[in-house]
Design a protein around this ligand. Structure first.
Ligand SMILES: *Cc1c(COP(=O)(O)O)cnc(C)c1O
Length: 387
């Protein structure tokens, strides 16, 4: 049987078009600078730094661009200069890159549970985990783009002495440095603000950012005031620099952000209300404030078989769904010994019930009708059964 045609794609990237890119591309042609911290990368970093400084409550913010969030995480972990094979705490419910960054930095991911309301690793869960595993760093995740409470994590860091790095990949526009800390963002095409591929490491620790920047350029020292001469490498770096072409896309995306971010939030809230209505209030949403610029829509439908039934009805109507962040980290086919696993009863339960439905800012009315129809069919299918 032929697969049904797609009536509602899962996600449509929202990037600037060629007309919006044109002024930046001209500048590349004129400067003939293509990478190695060129003028467009500088401008992008300045604009993002100003944006974070406005909301940091006074602490000056340092920032460096990288070629992806995953490399940003790897280098930020490297910049902590932990002993090799240090244990790093990560949540079970996250994109696999959170764990691969830890592995590639030469450390051991220790997988912890998440909170039933926020679907995220919390300082309380981390404090409990530290009694079971001697972790040298914690990597909380802004689950599905929902910001983490940075002041609480800052207090955790002060109390435990264990450094915290936030995987804020999908949380640009929602997650700010409103306390001391380090955030790593993705500018991948599937995120709300994109340079095609790219990332940002943002921190109140200027020295950490200096090391990440140096490591993103093979570890070569470019600072005349440093102990080693300019041009000499003393850190095991890599090439994780953002090119001028990617910066051009990022700058054009930044130009349209004041229009696109509020549209995302408005459409997302309207879609959530519509699906709630279709589901007779049976859907469970991630707790807390809705993100300022939502990237995707993940919902929870508990009760045996309901999530799977929704997936079936969606598939039949050509609505693409995805179990975002699944399988859970411990279920990936990583070799034995590559992860240490703590008990994760909440994440295991959420994995039974969570599913992502299509969301993107230009989703049409009739497409939303189709998603709502799949939800309605699921409600009807279970109407005769006890909840
Ligand atoms: C998207 C995402 C990443 C990966 O970002 P890249 O820029 O593609 O490397 C990492 N972690 C989480 C939670 C993500 O959502």
């Amino acid at each position: 049987m032929a697969a049904p045609s797609v009536s509602v794609p899962l996600l449509v990237p929202d990037l600037p078009d060629r007309d919006e890119l044109w002024p930046y591309l001209r500048r590349i042609d004129e400067s003939r600078h293509y990478s190695n911290f060129g003028p467009l990368v500088h401008e992008l970093e300045q604009r993002f730094t100003a944006c974070f400084n406005e909301r940091s409550g006074g602490a000056p913010v340092a920032l460096t661009s990288v070629s992806s969030c995953t490399l940003g995480l790897e280098l930020a972990l490297g910049a902590l200069q932990l002993p090799p094979r240090s244990k790093v705490l990560v949540p079970a419910l996250t994109f696999v890159a959170t764990a691969t960054a830890v592995l590639r930095a030469g450390h051991l991911p220790v997988v912890a549970d998440v909170d039933e309301r926020s679907w995220a690793l919390t300082p309380e869960i981390a404090a409990r985990a530290l009694r079971e595993a001697d972790c040298r760093a914690v990597l909380p995740v802004a689950t599905f783009g929902q910001p983490v409470p940075l002041p609480e994590w800052h207090r955790f860091e002060q109390a435990s002495g264990v450094p915290v790095l936030v995987d804020a990949a999908g949380a640009f526009g929602s997650q700010w440095l409103d306390a001391g800390g380090t955030l790593v963002f993705s500018l991948h095409a599937t995120k709300a603000l994109s340079s095609g591929e790219g990332g940002l490491v943002v921190s109140t620790d200027a020295e950490l950012i200096r090391r990440v920047r140096q490591m993103s350029n093979f570890g070569i020292n470019l600072d005349a005031g440093a102990a080693v001469p300019v041009g000499v490498s003393h850190l095991a770096g890599t090439n994780a620099k953002m090119s001028e072409y990617h910066a051009a896309v990022g700058l054009a995306a930044f130009d349209r952000w004041p229009r696109r971010a509020p549209l995302r939030r408005e459409r997302w809230l309207a879609q959530r209300a519509r699906l709630d209505e279709a589901a007779d209030g049976q859907l469970i949403w991630q707790g807390g404030e809705a993100p300022a610029a939502p990237v995707l829509m993940s919902l929870r439908w508990s009760g045996a078989g309901r999530r799977d039934a929704l997936e079936r009805h969606c598939a039949r109507l050509g609505v693409v769904t995805r179990r975002w962040y699944q399988p859970l980290l411990p279920r990936h086919a990583l070799a034995p010994g590559m992860l240490q696993r703590l008990a994760t009863p909440v994440a295991d339960m959420l994995a039974e019930d969570l599913v992502g439905v299509p969301f993107f800012p230009d989703l049409e009315c009739r497409q939303l009708d189709t998603i709502a129809q799949a939800v309605r069919l699921t409600v009807d299918e279970f109407r005769t059964l006890p909840a």
